[in-house]
Design a protein around this ligand. Structure first.
Ligand SMILES: C[S@@+](CC[C@H](N)C(=O)[O-])C[C@H]1O[C@@H](n2cnc3c(N)ncnc32)[C@H](O)[C@@H]1O
Length: 381
């Protein structure tokens, strides 16, 4: 293995000021991906067709349980000049994300000399060629360990957990998987699914997860439209798995216990506006299906196109996940204010339900689920 970190052809030709452009390294990384893993090519083919059928090539790469030491050291070397000048890991992660053109990131505010050093030395090609969870280890070893109870799951354990969620050892790429405490993504990097959702409370972790997904999990980073066979039932032609129309990414920021989150609306657009995302929120008032109760009671055939569309969008985010994969912060306790918040939600849900005089079976089911969740969180944490 030749890992002398000589500048790659592409990196040799980086022009002055090129690195000031959002996404300047994206095409170059797509080219490396095409050369080594073809993840983006496979995923974009599925998106373009709008259909996934069993047997189609799927974006998947084995993530090594032993990150390549030379690449890891090179990441450390790249971070060193920033660390020496008092910059935190955030600036480093920000530099990478801006280079890839991921909407969570802004133009780095670092000296030009460091910017050029990073552009020349960051091992984009090697990170793609030798897939491993470099960023979990990097963040854990550079200050994030135990922040919000962050401890990365070793890749061997992540791989074992992923094997456990395969029913009878059979791969089903269409089941939906959610990690409510994703960190940089250790658990979902080996996941064999085309429908993955990831949440974290830490803005740094969400950004690291976005970078990891860019390199190894395009189906988590970018989902611009519902796909038949993944989100849409091929026979009934209705969205039958979790789908969110407000954004084209599946990485969300916020407290997964509450389900009230945020993300960018277009993951590859510079300064893309942020949108609020609700993933099965505990606060029933925030479930859009209730505000559409009047439409749900009507016959589908009598609804206008606009009304149908509204209902489809609201119902698409109501689907439960087929699998939930998580290494939660086991030692975390709810703070006094969080307990208060849960109690307030509990009370407000009771009031809200009292005011509604008729609910359908789906609503009753989700009310039960919320009641159990609130109860569990108040007793467990
Ligand atoms: C033990 S780490 C696991 C990270 C990653 N899934 C892994 O296995 O390596 C727990 C993660 O949960 C996040 N976290 C803690 N409380 C959370 C909450 N209420 N909602 C969402 N994420 C949370 C932390 O920021 C941290 O990244």
């Amino acid at each position: 293995m030749n890992l002398l970190f000589e500048k790659s052809e592409a990196q040799k030709t980086i022009e002055e000021n090129q690195t000031k452009t959002f996404g300047w390294a994206r095409e170059m990384c797509f080219a490396y991906d095409l050369k080594y893993n073809q993840l983006w090519w496979k995923w974009l083919q599925i998106i373009e067709k709008g259909v996934y059928q069993k047997g189609d090539p799927v974006p998947y790469v084995n993530i090594s349980a032993a990150p390549n030491r030379e690449i890891y050291k090179q990441l450390e070397r790249c971070y060193q000049p920033l660390r020496e000048r008092g910059y935190y890991q955030y600036e480093f992660i920000n530099w990478i994300g801006f280079a890839l053109g991921i909407a969570w990131f802004q133009k780095p505010n670092i000296p030009d000399s460091i910017d050029s050093f990073l552009a020349e030395n960051f091992p984009f090609e090697e990170v793609i060629k030798y897939p491993a969870d470099y960023f979990s280890q990097f963040l854990a070893e550079n200050g994030s360990s135990n922040v919000l109870s962050y401890f990365p799951t070793p890749m061997t354990v992540s791989q074992a957990l992923n094997l456990m969620i395969e029913v009878d050892g059979e791969e089903d790429w269409t089941h939906s998987v959610m990690d409510p405490t994703v960190g940089p993504g250790s658990l979902v990097l080996p996941t064999k699914s085309l429908n993955i959702v990831a949440i974290d409370l830490s803005p740094l972790m969400v950004r690291a997860a976005a970078i990891n997904s860019f390199f190894y999990k395009p189906q988590l980073l970018y989902v611009p439209k519902p796909i038949i066979g993944i989100h849409v039932d091929p026979n009934e032609k209705r969205v039958h798995k979790y789908y969110e129309f407000k954004t084209d990414t599946r990485i969300y920021l916020g407290n997964s216990l509450l389900g009230e989150l945020q993300t960018v609306s277009s993951i590859f657009k510079e300064e893309s506006p942020q949108v609020d995302i609700m993933v099965h929120p505990l606060d029933l008032k925030k479930r859009e299906v209730y505000s559409l109760k009047h439409l749900m009671e009507k016959d589908w055939e009598t609804l206008s196109q606009a009304e149908r569309w509204k209902l489809v969008k609201a119902m698409s985010r109501e689907h439960k996940f087929d699998r939930v994969l998580s290494n939660p912060p086991f030692s975390a306790k709810l703070s006094k204010s969080e307990r208060e918040e849960f109690r307030t939600i509990e009370e407000s849900n009771k009031e809200f339900l009292k005011e509604l005089n008729h609910r359908n079976a789906h609503m009753k089911e989700l009310e039960q689920e919320v009641e159990i969740k609130v109860g569990t969180q108040l007793t467990l944490f």
